[in-house]
Design a protein around this ligand. Structure first.
Ligand code: AQP
Length: 338
């Protein structure tokens, strides 16, 4: 339940740890734009401090941050309607992140499946930051008193942790200061899967470029990746139930449904019975028609990086009008002498 006295405010972020993927677009950005247009106060962030939890080449990080900002704007995030920032320009994120590292319990953090997936067998050698990531993510959200957070399915557990941190802080200090945030996980493509392996999430850091569609891919590359996407030999079913146990088929149909803004059943009513040889070119055509205008606009914006930097600097000033008083009040509640 959202605590009633908090004004509705939306926050979400994406890591500039590589180029934007179709997964980020369908799972997150498309919903960001809708929430902006619904008239809620919206704050969207390039979470560069999260990106450096794994090694980032400095030149790549700067390029990816600007490209991500261009991707947000080209997808419909307006710097006039939303606050658009990169995390490291708003220091209160990291400051509250430290406070929440002291609120979160080791046992909670050790349950985080994304850490286990990302660290794999290498847990002793990954950074401390990768382990602490969810506490900083809670701070990203709560430093705005955000009430709604649109994300893909993979972030559900981190949002539950955010609620636990807010609840524990409020309880420990006997206050009702941080809201209990609502995750917004909606749409046909809240978990877009790899084109090479239907059991793995499509990810910008997957070593195989063929596993994902990048928002900067041209029409030929998109068509080729979809043509080569892993499938099974059966025809498409006529109803969603027929996609059970067919992860690759389900993934392509979900992508079609999300791009065409139809339900999976409506898509299957049209394409049920088709072989992939017939369906894939239709999916490629749809993907190109939806993504090309965005990638063209990204290229135009990237030609003027100075303008992107100005937008992010202005966003940081607007953001700090919200975050500085919330951090000051947090410190006051905790007894820090000001
Ligand atoms: N495959 C996906 N399907 C649906 N939503 C997705 N998101 C990411 N991948 C998918 C959503 O995009 C937002 C930003 O994610 P992120 O970049 O901050 O972190 P991530 O989830 O770890 O994404 P990647 O692409 O897998 O990044 P790397 O490879 O650097 O770890 C989130 O809302 C996420 O749910």
């Amino acid at each position: 339940m959202t605590t009633p006295q908090f004004t509705p405010r939306v926050f979400s972020g994406i890591q500039p740890s590589g180029g934007l993927t179709l997964g980020n677009y369908l799972g997150a950005i498309k919903r960001f734009v809708q929430m902006q247009e619904e008239g809620m106060e919206t704050v969207y962030c390039m979470v560069d401090l999260h990106a450096v939890t794994v090694w980032q080449d400095p030149a790549d990080l700067a390029k990816n941050t600007r490209e991500l900002a261009a991707g947000f704007i080209a997808s419909g995030i307006s710097p006039e309607k939303s606050i658009l920032i990169n995390q490291s320009q708003v220091p209160e994120h990291a400051q509250l992140g430290w406070v929440f590292s002291c609120v979160a319990r080791m046992g909670w953090m050790q349950r985080m499946t994304q850490f286990k997936d990302k660290a794999g067998k290498n847990a002793q050698n990954v950074s401390l930051g990768l382990f602490g990531y969810p506490a900083l993510m809670a701070a990203d959200i709560l430093i705005y008193h955000a009430t709604h957070v649109p994300v893909g399915e993979d972030q559900k557990q981190h949002l539950e942790l955010t609620r636990d941190i807010a609840t524990k802080f409020n309880h420990d200090y006997g206050v009702d200061f941080f809201p209990i945030t609502e995750p917004v996980i909606e749409g046909a493509a809240t978990r877009v899967m790899s084109l090479r392996d239907g059991s793995k999430k499509m990810s910008k850091s997957d070593p195989s470029d063929a596993s994902r569609i990048n928002m900067t891919d041209g029409a030929d590359t998109i068509a080729k990746k979809i043509r080569k996407a892993k499938t099974d030999p059966d025809a498409l079913p006529s109803e969603a139930a027929g996609l059970q146990d067919r992860p690759e088929a389900r993934n392509l149909v979900n992508i079609y449904a999300a791009l065409s803004e139809q339900s999976v059943d409506a898509v299957l009513a049209d394409v049920g019975g088709q072989q992939f040889g017939a369906f894939k070119p239709q999916l490629a055509e749809l993907a190109v028609s939806k993504l090309s205008p965005i990638s063209n606009e990204m290229a135009r914006l990237m030609a003027d990086p100075g303008e992107i930097d100005r937008i992010l600097a202005k966003g940081a000033v607007q953001a700090r009008e919200i975050t500085a008083p919330i951090l000051a009040k947090t410190y006051e509640i905790m007894g820090m002498v000001r």
